[in-house]
Design a protein around this ligand. Structure first.
Ligand SMILES: Nc1ncnc2c1ncn2[C@@H]1O[C@H](COP(=O)(O)OP(=O)(O)OP(=O)(O)O)[C@@H](O)[C@H]1O
Length: 519
């Protein structure tokens, strides 16, 4: 019954249909089945990389859109966070990038593993961001980094200031409108890169791996094609792009107060969660705030974010961020340690000002003058502006970080909560890591740890198939494992085994595609 192992990798873009929606509708049955199977002694089984076992189910719809009729709908906007479908960020180090002729439109398509790269949706300082679809039609934003450009940046930082360990401060890049530096470690970077191809974006990836929140752009996979110049980050797609394109002497159309309030609440929840995870963003600005199809605001670009061991002491002497959004305490040479959370809250205030008025509050033609304005100038508001909004802005743009509004005060501010009529989701709920049912990847890990015999896999598959609408396995599900022994597969499974790739230990990984006969 068992097919001979094939030696080729499956062709790109030809992965099987996957029909499981990942609906964890039968938790007890799943848990029971797992418990039974995991009691068996174990094989080195790798129940496939994430994309092989089907995609993470789409994020739950987040009812965040400002109401069309002008009434706020926040009681349902920030409803209870859904249990997470645990996110295992896949690192694919042997990705294959190809240009293929596509039968449908006759144009060559750029394909990276299972992702078909489509139109460009944006451009950052390290490369383009493209819309991409996988074999199931799910959309992603694929951010490309040029390894050569990242390396050059590391080199030029070394030339400018000599190698420095963590905590070394990089010089500002005034007027670039970009994050001033990536937190690249300077020492032995070539050796590091040889050991770890993702070294050049390792810190950004490390931060994003930690995060799982509806108001933060989610990282799905990172890929390296060793034969090409590019590294790729596969991100959750935010269809409507940046919330506002606003720059120095480059105004934008302002938004209504209610729209600003809705998005600012999203921003509060995202940053509150980020800080609770011990991360400061350090580059909050409208350019890094993206909108989904249904108008949920999500924070992106963790390229200069900093992760702390202790969330209650998030002080840093590093300077990063975009000049116009820098807190006053960062606009001085040789500033000492500053509270990263207070600096993020300042940038939230500048961003809110931009959304409401379509322009940057502290504008000046030269960077030194801008820093001076940030440190000393008071912002002005139209005389008919809502006094609660003005009060909030003054508290956000408080020059003294010790007196600036805290996150706890911010989330209860009358403008944010409509004088109490429109409370936010509680901080506890917002920052909790909701635990969901095990997903295929957790099952994968359980297998890897506990099983060492392939019969266990078969037994697992059979057990799972007896569960009606089993969320974990379905027609087309792909299971990866090592140690292919000669066994008879149950007749219900039309197996197809092929060698997929080598894993990190150089071991060959085999893949089995489940094909189940029609009911
Ligand atoms: N998840 C996403 N969904 C939709 N569009 C995106 C997404 N991520 C990025 N973009 C688009 O790509 C542009 C550049 O992305 P991004 O800001 O992450 O690049 P970057 O190199 O980090 O930027 P920076 O120049 O600030 O360093 C964004 O302004 C946005 O238009």
């Amino acid at each position: 019954m068992m097919a001979e192992a094939e030696t080729q990798r499956p062709p790109l873009g030809s992965l099987p249909e996957f029909n499981s929606e990942g609906d964890m509708s039968q938790p007890n049955a799943v848990t029971d089945a797992l418990t039974g199977v995991l009691a068996s002694p174990g094989i080195k089984v790798d129940l496939a990389g994430d994309s092989d076992l089907g995609d993470r189910p789409p994020l739950a719809p987040h009812l965040s859109a400002p109401a069309a009729d002008g009434k706020f709908q926040s009681p349902i906007r920030h409803h209870k966070r859904n249990p997470s479908y645990h996110r295992e960020i896949k690192e694919t180090l042997n990705a294959r990038s190809e240009y293929t002729e596509d039968g449908q439109d006759g144009h060559p398509h750029h394909v990276i593993n299972q992702y078909v790269i489509k139109e460009e949706v944006g451009r950052g300082s390290y490369g383009a961001v493209h819309l991409a679809t996988d074999q199931y039609g799910n959309e992603y934003a694929v951010k490309e980094f040029s390894k050569a450009r990242l390396r050059k940046r590391v080199q030029s930082n070394i030339m400018r200031m000599g190698p420095r360990g963590p905590g070394g401060r990089l010089p500002l890049v005034p007027g670039s409108g970009l994050g001033m530096h990536r937190n690249t470690k300077m020492n032995d970077h070539q050796a590091n890169e040889a050991k770890d191809p993702l070294f050049l974006i390792r810190e950004e990836v490390a931060v994003m791996k930690k995060l799982n929140h509806p108001n933060l752009v989610q990282l799905i996979e990172v890929l390296d094609d060793p034969e090409e110049d590019s590294l790729y980050m596969v991100l959750e797609m935010c269809k409507k792009g940046v919330v506002m394109k606003v720059g120095l002497n480059d105004p934008a159309d302002p938004y209504s107060a209610e729209t600003c309030r809705c998005w600012f609440r999203d921003l509060i929840l995202g940053i509150e969660y980020l800080h609770a995870q011990g991360v400061v963003h350090r580059d909050i600005k409208p350019d890094n705030l993206l909108l989904t199809e249904d108008d949920v605001l999500k924070i992106s670009d963790f390229g200069v974010s900093e992760m702390f061991d202790k969330p209650n002491n998030m002080r840093t002497s590093k300077t990063a961020g975009s000049p116009a959004f820098l807190a006053p305490e960062l606009c001085v040479a040789k500033h000492g340690d500053v509270d990263g959370r207070a600096a993020d809250i300042w940038s939230m205030g500048v961003s809110l000002y931009c959304l409401r008025y379509g322009r940057i509050p502290f504008e000046a033609p030269v960077i030194v003058e801008m820093y001076d304005a940030i440190r000393n100038q008071e912002v002005k508001f139209p005389p008919d502006e809502d006094p609660e909004f003005v009060e909030l802005m003054h508290r956000l743009l408080e020059k003294d970080p010790e007196k600036r509004i805290t996150m706890e005060e911010l989330r209860g501010h009358p403008w944010v909560v409509k004088d109490g009529d429109d409370p936010l989701l509680s901080a506890e709920e917002n920052c909790a890591e909701p635990i969901g049912m095990p997903n295929p990847l957790e099952v994968n890990h359980a297998f890897t740890r506990k099983m060492n015999h392939i019969f266990c896999v078969v037994s697992f598959i059979l057990t799972m198939l007896t569960i009606k609408d089993c969320p974990l396995l379905g027609n087309g599900t792909r299971l990866n494992f090592s140690a292919p022994e000669t066994i008879s597969w149950p007749q219900r499974i039309e197996e197809g085994i092929s060698t997929l790739m080598n894993n990190d230990d150089g071991q060959e990984i085999y893949t089995l595609t489940l094909k189940l006969p029609p009911e």
